[in-house]
Design a protein around this ligand. Sequence first.
Ligand code: GSH
Length: 241
Amino acid sequence: MAALLLHQYEVSPFAAKVRRALRYKGLDFEVKNYRVADAGKIRKTISPTGKTPVLEDETGLVVDSTAILRHLDARYPAPPILPSSPADRAYAHIVEDWADESLFFYDLAMRSWPNNIDWLKRDVLSHDSGFMRWLLYRLLDGFVRKTGQTQGIGRKDRDTICAETAAHFDAIVDLLGDGPWLVGEHLSVADLAVASMCTVIERAEEAAALMQARPALLEWRERVDAATFPPGTAPEARAIT
Ligand SMILES: N[C@@H](CCC(=O)N[C@@H](CS)C(=O)NCC(=O)O)C(=O)O
């Protein structure tokens, strides 16, 4: 086994956040990709919550992208992804959590709309095949909508979701101001989490239009991509169609 093995659903923004951190730190790693049909196996073997990503190394298994980033920063401190000042560190943590726990549900809500859902299903089922893919393709719409409705954002109407997403994008631009990064002096967990979420949410055509209208947001995302993907490598999360 590789020294660092990332168990992942390849198209997950949380897995992308971890891959970006690993690359930023120049760490070699391998990935093990799972199918949606593997959900039961994941729960029994590597993740009691059933969620991925999970990082495996000689210390064991670390579940949850936020915990993984802190684990990596503790073991491989250079370059750091947590700001050094306690106030900036707290702020970066809050922005990261906002991306993971709020922005993610705008992504799910928008991509469950009829004009976007086919791309979401092709993304999510990219490793499934045969009968299970056929079945899951038919069940996924309902599952995604139910998840969004249970969380709450999925119960809002389209205009409200678009207006709130626009306000979120404006907040990202305002947070950047004239600086290169969202929080502190260098790239941090905040940039990794928000950029990873932007890269999936823009697969909703409404969000893509809102992003295109904000050049500062796109320039910042390009900056994060340049720092977190090896030279010459296309951002794979955007390349899967
Ligand atoms: N807070 C977790 C969220 C991870 C998460 O929601 N992963 C999704 C894939 S995008 C998952 O594993 N879902 C499977 C499930 O809910 O059973 C993290 O940051 O890692």
